[in-house]
Design a binder for this molecule. Sequence first.
Ligand code: PDD
Length: 279
Amino acid sequence: MSDVYLNGQFMPLEQATVPVLDRGFIFGDGVYEVIPVYNRSPLALDRHLRRLEYSLDGIRMAYPMSRDAWTSLIHELIAREPSADQSLYLHVTRGVAPREHAFPKDVSPTVFAMSKPLTPPPPSWIKDGVSAITHADFRWLRCDLKTTSLLANVLLRQLAVDAGATECLLIRDGFLTEGAASNALIVLDGQLLAPPRNHLLLPGITYELVLETAARHGLPHKERPVTEAELRRAQEVMMTSSTREIVPITRLDGVPVGNGRPGPVTMRLLDLYQEYKRP
Ligand code: PDD
């Protein structure tokens, strides 16, 4: 693996260590971003940096660096990684301090970043789709922040893995929110439906790009609440994320979605996304 970045320096991964009193380790007190890189170019970098700032604002942390400084760090990491397609990770915690819940005074944030080869989803995921389970969304009420406190997401994703599925779709009060580590959209009676961006789900960059693509190409779409009943009678279900792009979900809780095959809207969006990501 190429060198990683920690607090101003590049170093081999093995040498990148943080003190045990780092609030990221103790409390999960931090935020992160995952940025896909295609042909050495970060996709939608501005949006990712804007979301990072939104997450930092949400946890009341000052920005540890300017956008220009993030941008040069990101380009340096990209240049150091041999693969042209990468998955770039940024991570900021509130820093190292004696264990006390309330914010410490005069503490420097911990800034960590790394890039690794981007592994595209296996071809079978696109050809046949994947299966997902559903579960009650037992996360907190600030899912719009991309925080490193991911225990609920970890437990929910593991439920999917335990069931032999790829993703766990989350239901809160009868409505679809998102996946454990992805957004979820459905196609119902010819219309692409996206659960609304609010505090109950992460405003995914891929989700945004998919909706904008649908708008540009005249595909019927709407951002509006999606009930569990609508999810279960959808003709198509898809999950989106920066690392997995757009993946058709063809089985939900063991029941085929639509005809059980990846649907035309999902495949069209996937094609358009391939064009978009490599202009
Ligand atoms: N996760 N919702 C959740 C809970 C996520 O963790 C993710 C992505 C998304 C999709 O967002 P985007 O399209 O911006 O990647 C939605 C990343 C990839 C991760 O945690 O590794």
